[in-house]
Design a protein around this ligand. Structure first.
Ligand SMILES: NC(=O)c1ccc[n+]([C@@H]2O[C@H](COP(=O)([O-])OP(=O)(O)OC[C@H]3O[C@@H](n4cnc5c(N)ncnc54)[C@H](OP(=O)(O)O)[C@@H]3O)[C@@H](O)[C@H]2O)c1
Length: 276
């Protein structure tokens, strides 16, 4: 089985997500010569070449070589065109195809490349751009155990990844971790504004909001205790936290969050039908 250190990877689309993956993989010890990338944007190609010394091309088929893995990192609406463009090379080389495009199914990828090869669909989130992503992954039946392991190694270069057994669960991942950073940003925005209304400057409120979010997240990740227990530890009977949490409960916070996550889930299912 090929270890990630011996693999050749081609990136089709060299925007934010590809750049994060390339940077993460170089941090993990891959050499620049193991990777190539293609993108029509000159500034993106220049960035990848200068930052990571990875060779880039404006044509998706130029110097395609014999990659073990092709990571397709373009916007969902152009996936069909891009996969049609590289279909002949994919057919000739038969690499593992990893997609990071939201809402594009493995079946669509197989259809658009006119082959029946291994395809992995992933759902990263924006913290992947700083190596802190939460990533859901689904593999079709053609993917081998070795390829699944290689994919874990690639995606773990930008965060923490988990497998789902059914493709529909990617819609649930989208509703949780895909969209999730925005839920936290919105809550932080509300918190900051509320703090300003009770006397803090916007700089003070912004700093304390961000540090509280980071501190609470790290504590939740590192502590063996449940979220409920951690919450209880901050909450003394009839104290300040208790007063705030009572307000959340009286206003059905749980129901609001549940409705929001279901709305994202439904929309994710709808969007994956749009690209057919
Ligand atoms: N960023 C994230 O955190 C995140 C999270 C979850 C999922 N994703 C998924 O990751 C994918 C890429 O997102 P991104 O944020 O990296 O987008 P991005 O920064 O816009 O990168 C996509 C790149 O592909 C280029 N491109 C356009 N047409 C192409 C073609 N025919 N062949 C090759 N490359 C082409 C784009 O150039 P132009 O600018 O000229 O179009 C752009 O440089 C999307 O499908 C998105 O759903 C991203």
């Amino acid at each position: 089985m090929k270890n990630i250190q011996d693999m050749r990877i081609r990136f089709v689309g060299a925007g934010n997500m590809a750049a994060s993956l390339i940077g993460g993989l170089i941090n993990k010890g891959l050499t620049s010569s193991q990777m190539t990338a293609s993108d029509p944007q000159k500034n993106q190609r220049d960035y990848i070449e200068q930052q990571f010394q990875v060779q880039t091309f404006d044509d998706n088929n130029a110097h395609f070589g014999m990659p073990d893995v092709v990571v397709v990192a373009v916007k969902p609406q152009i996936m069909k065109v891009v996969l049609n463009d590289v279909a002949a090379n994919l057919k000739a080389v038969n690499p593992l195809v990893i997609s990071v495009a939201a809402g594009i199914t493995t079946e669509q990828i197989v259809n658009w490349t006119h082959t029946n090869h291994g395809v992995i669909r992933t759902m990263p989130n924006t913290p992947a751009l700083i190596g802190q992503g939460a990533i859901g992954m689904y593999a079709n039946n053609q993917v081998t155990q070795a390829q699944k392991y290689q994919t874990e190694q690639i995606m773990d270069a930008v965060g923490t990844s988990i497998w789902v057994d059914q493709e529909q669960q990617i819609d649930a991942v989208t509703a949780l971790s895909g969209s999730g950073p925005a839920y936290f940003f919105m809550f932080m925005e509300c918190l900051q504004e509320a703090a300003e209304s009770i006397g803090l400057s916007s700089e003070q409120a912004a700093l304390l909001t961000k540090k509280t979010a980071v501190g609470a997240s790290l504590l939740a990740e590192r502590s063996p205790e449940s979220l409920m227990r951690l919450k209880d530890r901050v909450t003394s009977p009839n104290g300040t936290t208790y007063a705030a949490l009572q307000t959340f409960e009286q206003n059905n916070m749980k129901e609001i969050v549940d409705r929001a996550v279901h709305a994202a889930f439904t929309r994710s299912i709808e969007l994956s039908r749009v690209h057919d």
